[in-house]
Design a protein around this ligand. Structure first.
Ligand code: DC
Length: 226
């Protein structure tokens, strides 16, 4: 039997839509690689903070953008992320990094560097890859075989995020999330946006399992040439 050709799946959307859980599960179920591009932006932000770069100064961020070496492990069952050989999976999820990542990821030199890295991962994935982010379908991989844009109401997104960050205040989470989405959607270089040819899936009333099944079906339909 001939093996299926590599399939490239782009999954975009704001935070709290179940993007990471869905992307990992779809990749695992279909035997594809998985790339968390938000983790890469968080990793470069962590490096900037750790190295004392002034986050309020885009030219300082731009000048340093090429320095850190970011490596993503693309096994959906055990994704990893390291910067200059240090495992940063835990520190990139701190409140400090989360509050600064939009400013760092808005700098064009940062986006150019990380976009190039993402394209090289997609090109080298033998069986194909699920890439999740904000600008994958519009900018990073405009020729992806399937583009999915996940949405959900702000209330549902805040409730999911608060559940992940156990014990956090839903109201504060909702405000922080709306602020970050607004920054990510309004930046000049490759903002969070739905590609014209993306399939939009509103996850507000769906369970995670239903969203996974929906995306797996979409990939299978693409593979079958429907
Ligand atoms: O998915 P996440 O919350 O871990 O992403 C963190 C931040 O990274 C998000 O606020 C915006 C930025 N990001 C981006 O600009 N482009 C991407 N493709 C992915 C994430």
């Amino acid at each position: 039997m001939e093996s299926a050709p590599a399939v490239i799946v782009a999954i975009d959307g704001p935070s709290g839509t179940g993007k990471s859980s869905t992307s990992k599960a779809v990749a695992a179920q279909l035997g594809l690689s998985y790339l968390d591009t938000g983790a890469q932006y968080r990793a470069i932000t962590w490096w900037m903070v750790t190295n004392g770069i002034d986050i309020a100064d885009p030219s300082a961020i731009a000048a340093a953008a090429g320095k850190p070496e970011i490596i993503s492990g693309t096994d959906p069952n055990a994704p990893t992320i390291s910067v200059d050989g240090t495992d940063v999976a835990v520190p990139i999820r701190t409140q400090e990094v989360t509050s600064k990542v939009s400013a760092v990821s808005a700098v064009p030199e940062v986006r150019a560097r990380i976009t190039e890295l993402q394209r090289s991962y997609a090109a080298s994935a033998e069986k194909g890859i699920v890439v999740e982010g904000r600008d994958i379908g519009t900018t990073v991989l405009p020729d992806a075989d399937l583009k999915v844009f996940l949405t959900a109401s702000p209330e549902a997104r805040a409730a999911r995020r608060s559940g992940e960050l156990k014990g956090s205040d839903v109201h504060a989470t909702r405000e922080a999330l709306i602020k970050r989405d607004a920054a990510d959607s309004s930046r000049k270089t490759s903002p969070l946006a739905k590609a014209d040819d993306a399939v939009e899936v509103d996850t507000t009333e769906l369970t995670l399992q239903q969203v996974i099944e929906c995306v797996v079906t979409l990939v299978e339909e693409k593979r079958a040439g429907k």
